[in-house]
Design a protein around this ligand. Structure first.
Ligand code: 0X9
Ligand code: ZN
Length: 421
């Protein structure tokens, strides 16, 4: 009897916690659109930049995934029909409830109730909240004081720390080449910090095995570039992408940090409409999160040889330039071959296939990204954006560990190249 009441309470708590960040998506549809003509692609690119009612989860040259509010669905469908584009529509809530288990959070009583099960399955079987991630990072540093430093790069708009881990064979030697890896620039991309934390944990637990890789290299990890957006995607809006910059008296919130870096700022694929998902801010580096990252990279520009910006989703490895299809990186052959090697290593684990290229040619042109800034402004020779697997910014909990493991193989391959520069 007691057990039954307990289970009912667990289910009720679970449902309450799960529903809140999806409340606003009642009636939304998720569209998968297939298109090979320029017309449809250009129509979708314009919508991505300017529409505030449509949210592009993926936009490639021949296939796109977009969520649409109930009021906009008929106009959107008519336009797609006019353009002869094939599409499949699915109620968004239906899809999300299929992923029910992944909707749990870990800063409420529900977390406490699930703790034993979670511990049994390990850290890499759920989506941890901000405080859990920071605890995990500081515990790693405490456990490996000779090899790991835990620090803050600065604070977010809402005042959260942008936490970092530095990993090296000897943390007192400070002038090594740096492999810089960041994630969760976009709040909703929950799988991304887990892959970076998995890398930290694996390296620190197997320092001897990775001695060669770490010989001349410091690994610098920033798992949550956008802690406010990350938290907001748990508490209020599962699909929140931008930071949480609030402008007094204005109804819309947030800047896309990956449109805010000072490289061709606010050129293609960025918007000056505050309500847009790709709002580029009031100027380059207008955001505290962008400043924190740019300041670190600028200060260490001669040491940083690799910059990886981990996003989701789509299974892509992108190299510069992303701002224009007509801009070719002078070292593109090298960038391509390093990324292809990483893709090959990832595929070895269970066959996951990544596509390698520039995001401007595979996706859309988008300016103000970290990858272009690191390569173009700072001269960091290896700069990439990783788009991890996924379908809807969730992955099944049982799959998290596999994504972490295959991505780890790719990270190590990228890092192996650092000592060559
Ligand atoms: O659009 C983005 O910021 C990235 N894709 S995501 O779906 N995670 O939002 C791709 C960025 C690629 N790099 C540049 N365009 N510079
Ligand atoms: Zn992203």
């Amino acid at each position: 009897m007691w057990l039954q009441a307990f289970s009912i309470a667990v289910v009720a708590l679970y449902a309450a916690a799960s529903a809140s960040n999806l409340d606003r998506y009642e009636g939304y549809n998720k569209y998968t659109v297939f298109h090979d003509g320029e017309d449809v692609f250009n129509y979708l690119v314009d919508l991505q930049t300017e529409s505030t009612e449509l949210d592009f989860w993926l936009l490639t040259r021949n296939m796109s995934v977009v969520t649409v509010s109930p009021t906009e669905q008929s106009t959107f469908e008519s336009r797609l029909n006019e353009l002869n584009a094939q599409f499949v529509a699915k109620p968004l809530m239906e899809e999300m409830f299929a992923f029910n288990e992944t909707l749990s959070s870990c800063e409420d009583s529900e977390c406490e109730l699930n703790r034993p099960r979670r511990q049994a399955r390990g850290f890499f079987s759920h989506f941890p909240r901000y405080s859990e991630i920071l605890n995990y990072m500081s515990a790693l540093a405490a456990r490996h004081p000779q090899n790991c430093r835990y620090e803050s790069l600065g604070r977010s708009f809402e005042g959260r720390h942008i936490a970092a881990l530095s990993i090296s064979l000897n943390s007192r030697v400070r002038d090594r080449r740096v492999a810089y890896i960041q994630s969760a620039t976009h709040g909703r991309e929950w799988i991304t910090p887990l892959t970076v934390l998995y890398l930290a944990n694996e390296l620190l637990n197997n320092l001897r095995a990775f001695q060669r890789v770490l010989q001349d290299v410091e690994i610098y990890l920033v798992p949550l570039v956008n802690p406010d957006g990350y938290e907001y995607s748990f508490t209020n809006d599962r699909f929140w992408r931008k930071n949480r910059h609030r402008y007094g008296g204005r109804s819309c919130t947030g800047v896309d940090i990956n449109r805010n870096f000072p490289n061709n700022w606010n050129y293609h694929g960025a918007s000056q409409n505050l309500c847009s998902e790709v709002y580029s801010g009031t100027g380059p580096t207008s955001e505290p999160e962008t400043v924190a990252v740019a300041r670190y990279l600028e200060y260490n520009r001669h040491r940083v040889k690799l910059s990886l910006d981990v996003h989701s989703f789509g299974k892509f490895l992108f190299y510069p330039y992303g701002y224009s299809r007509n801009a070719a990186a002078p070292t593109r052959n090298l960038l391509h071959s390093v990324a292809q090697r990483a893709a090959n290593q990832i595929a070895k684990y269970r066959g996951t296939h990544y596509t390698v290229g520039t995001s401007a040619s595979i996706l859309y042109e988008a300016s103000g990204g970290l990858d272009d800034y690191a390569y173009g402004n700072l001269g960091i020779p290896m700069s990439f954006t990783v788009e991890l697997p996924g379908e809807n910014f969730q992955v099944a909990p049982a799959d998290i560990i596999h994504i972490c493991k295959e991505t780890f193989a790719g990270f190590i391959e990228f890092i192996r190249h650092v000592s060559l520069y």
